[in-house]
Design a protein around this ligand. Structure first.
Ligand SMILES: Cc1cc2nc3c(=O)[nH]c(=O)nc-3n(C[C@H](O)[C@H](O)[C@H](O)COP(=O)(O)O)c2cc1C
Ligand SMILES: [Fe+2]
Ligand SMILES: [Fe+2]
Length: 385
């Protein structure tokens, strides 16, 4: 697939995969992109996932014909991109690997050799000339492994961004970029906001007209939109106004309180109320919504003195990703000794800049008339934020 003059995506679409990275449901599959840059010298950016080596090598040969690549640029060593390094090196014995020192350590761990005679080690700001263009390497540690580099091509003004600006779904999936890129971002990179900010700062010094990520479509129009979203996400700022309500309920009483709250919020004109039943929804989608909206309500049953397992898991996902800068309301339920609110606050005690609502909802088994008033007060307070 041609990207622009002399740049091709020779990657593959995986339509069979259901769980990416062992935990993210991908209804529309996944793409493992790989880019071929044809200049006086020929460079290939990254390989593809394990099952697709032959298809990928076929894509390269289909464009190059009898020519052979000079360089394999390894930007990221996670196996969805690196699994076919050995196949490539066997097929093209003249080719060299261009990568970071940290990546060569990983190459040796994964393949038993780091190709000592065929290495070009690059670090921050190093360049490689392909003839009419220079490639400049920029380190991007922990976006999202420590060895990651991204690469800028001065001629086509392209940033090869590794996992950054990636998205779930095949390259031809007919779906909105923002939603699946956001779920990907918060699932996979969300913990590393500071590192993404550092990369964005370096990128701001470059004239970028095209972003070529390792997953999802090439971005070449309206780049300010995508860069703006990455800035918002990585600085942990809310993206949209609205209330996310995450809940668990065993027998439906806590769920009933959530319904009442959602109705109240809508009646008060809340721009968006996003409700997730944590036992049934895609957890990554719930995490995405928690980071998207500026307000959240956690509604849960007390469970054996703690909180219900899915809520426990959800809050762990949030704190692990540095959840912060949000307004938080709590609805708790307990039949004999309610502990949910106390447990939730304890779990969030180290999270920065969370504002808990004064209004709380304390249900004893089933929603009482008093609880209905508490719910109204909570809705009002959330709407005043
Ligand atoms: C397995 C189980 C364990 C529970 N453990 C507690 C508990 O330790 N303390 C408590 O006050 N309530 C406990 N409850 C009661 C719930 O917190 C809640 O009041 C009840 O399930 C009704 O709410 P629901 O209809 O939303 O499930 C438990 C309920 C279940 C099903
Ligand atoms: Fe990765
Ligand atoms: Fe990846």
């Amino acid at each position: 697939m041609k990207v622009t003059d002399n740049i091709y995506n020779v990657g593959v679409n995986d339509r069979e995969i259901d769980l990416f990275e062992g935990q993210y449901w991908v209804e529309n599959g996944m793409s493992y992109n790989s880019y071929l840059v044809c200049d006086e010298k020929v460079a290939v950016f990254d390989t593809v996932d394990k099952g697709f080596g032959e298809e990928w090598l076929g894509n390269i040969a289909g464009i190059l014909g009898d020519k052979t690549p000079d360089y394999l640029i390894v930007q990221h060593m996670e196996p969805d991109h690196s699994a076919n390094i050995d196949k490539f090196m066997d097929k093209y014995p003249e080719a060299k690997i261009v990568s970071s020192a940290k990546a060569f350590v990983m190459i040796k761990q994964f393949f038993g050799t780091d190709y000592p005679e065929r290495q070009i080690v690059v670090g921050e700001g190093d360049t490689l000339s392909l003839g009419s263009r220079d490639l400049t390497f920029v380190t991007a540690p922990m976006v999202h492994w420590p060895e990651v580099i991204v690469t800028y091509d001065s001629l086509s003004k392209t940033l090869f961004s590794a996992d950054g600006f990636g998205k779930f779904g095949t390259t031809d999936a007919d779906e909105e970029w923002d939603c699946e890129a956001r779920r990907y971002y918060f699932g996979i990179v969300g913990k590393f906001g500071a590192q993404v900010q550092a990369l964005l700062k370096k990128a701001s010094a470059l004239d970028i007209q095209r972003i070529c990520p390792l997953h999802g479509p090439v971005l070449s129009e309206n780049l300010g939109h995508y860069l703006g979203l990455y800035d918002t996400w990585s600085s942990y700022k809310p993206e949209s106004e609205g209330v996310m309500i995450a809940y668990t309920s065993v027998y439906g009483n806590t769920a009933h309180a959530v319904d009442l709250l959602a109705q109240e919020l809508e009646a008060l004109g809340c721009p968006k109320v996003a409700v997730s039943n944590l036992a049934r929804c895609d957890m990554a989608e719930a995490v995405e919504d928690a980071f998207r909206y500026d307000r959240i309500v956690l509604a849960t049953t007390t469970y054996n003195g703690g909180i219900f397992p899915f809520m426990n898991e959800f809050i762990h996902h949030l704190t692990e990703r540095n959840y912060q800068n949000r307004t938080v309301g709590i609805i708790e339920n307990g039949t004999w000794a309610a502990m949910a609110e106390k447990n939730i606050k304890k779990m969030l005690e180290n999270s920065k800049n969370l504002t808990f609502t004064e209004a709380g909802v304390h249900i004893k088994s089933a929603v009482s008339a008093e609880n209905a008033e508490e719910i109204k007060a909570l809705a009002k307070e959330l709407m005043s934020k």
